[in-house]
Design a protein around this ligand. Structure first.
Ligand code: DON
Length: 305
């Protein structure tokens, strides 16, 4: 079986590598400094076997793939209903950085768009900013099964240019979604986005979610099973932003993308799939990431709906 899957991953990898369309994110200057054609595809099984191809150990920033992880920690810290009072679970159909709240509920529509993600960051427990970040970093590290670190250059680049996210933070403060300093929540969000991961790390994060919240290599728990269910549900409906409908029909897996070029998809109970390729489409999703997941889902019949 392993040889068959290895062969298939190799074929999908070779086909997708030919695709050089899409552009690097450059609205955060440091993101434009990566090798544009770097490419990796990894699959980790829920019993801890990892298939790797391409640049599986190249580091890149996690960006928005941090959002489901922070949402999970906020749920663990505050409980499902306290978080639901602040962040809804409806797909927005809007770009990830839209400055908007649901006009009826006056809450961010979901935790995968920036408004909901910044609200989730504001709900992370901790004594001070350092402690809150350290709790997030350790939580992400449990998913990956190794100690992850902040990419200072990307963090500084985003902090220098992230005026739209600051606007979102202050909007959340004015509507009472954030109770205290919105700049502290936005700064924590910038830092969570700037944590370095590899494609292998992302695959293991996916396998941890597939394995009901337990990292299949270290056997450490990253998230409680009832919260895994909530996180995967929101990834299914909202993880690929305004391309979520296309994604669910064509790939049919809970997923999350990041402007750093990562895509993470999960087949519950089975595998985590990760792709790294930094050329993005108009929605901010990795072009090869979407193509590789679409092809793998078709070939391996992973569409879970
Ligand atoms: O909010 C931002 O601008 C980024 N740090 C994260 C955005 C992101 O990854 C959107 N995803 N495709």
């Amino acid at each position: 079986m392993r040889n068959v899957v290895d062969g298939l991953i190799g074929e999908v990898f070779a086909r997708c590598r030919e695709n050089r369309t899409g552009e690097l994110a450059d609205y955060i200057p440091e993101l434009a400094a990566v090798a544009p054609d770097s490419f990796s595809l990894c699959i980790a099984t829920s019993d801890g076997y990892v298939y790797e191809s391409g640049d599986a150990h190249t580091e890149f920033t996690i960006q928005s793939i941090s959002k489901p992880l922070t949402y999970g920690l906020a749920l663990a810290d505050r409980g499902l209903s306290a978080v639901a009072e602040k962040i809804d679970v409806e797909p927005s159909g809007e770009p990830f950085n839209e400055i908007s709240l649901d006009p009826v509920t006056e809450r961010p529509r979901n935790p995968m768009i920036n408004a909901g993600a910044i609200a989730a960051a504001s709900l992370i427990d901790g004594d001070d900013a350092e402690h809150r970040f350290e709790r997030l970093r350790r939580c992400y590290s449990r998913y990956a099964g190794r100690e992850l670190a902040l990419n200072e250059a990307v963090y500084r680049s985003e902090a220098r240019t992230g005026h739209r996210n600051r606007a979102i933070g202050h909007m959340l403060r004015s509507f009472g979604i954030i109770a205290d300093d919105p700049d502290a929540a936005v700064d924590l969000y910038f830092r969570q986005c700037s944590i370095d991961v590899t494609c292998r790390d992302l695959a293991l994060m996916g396998a941890t979610l597939a394995n009901n919240g337990v990292n299949p290599v270290t056997h450490e728990r990253a998230l409680a099973p009832d919260l895994v269910e909530r996180v995967l549900s929101v990834m299914t409906t909202c993880g690929m932003y305004d391309a979520a409908g296309d994604w669910v029909t064509q790939v049919g897996l809970p997923a999350k993308s990041g402007v750093g070029g990562g895509v993470l998809a999960v087949l519950p109970g089975q595998i985590g799939i990760a792709v790294y390729s930094p050329r993005l489409d108009a929605h901010g999703n990795s072009v090869r990431g979407v193509q590789a997941c679409r092809e793998l889902s078709k070939e391996l019949e992973l569409h879970f709906l």
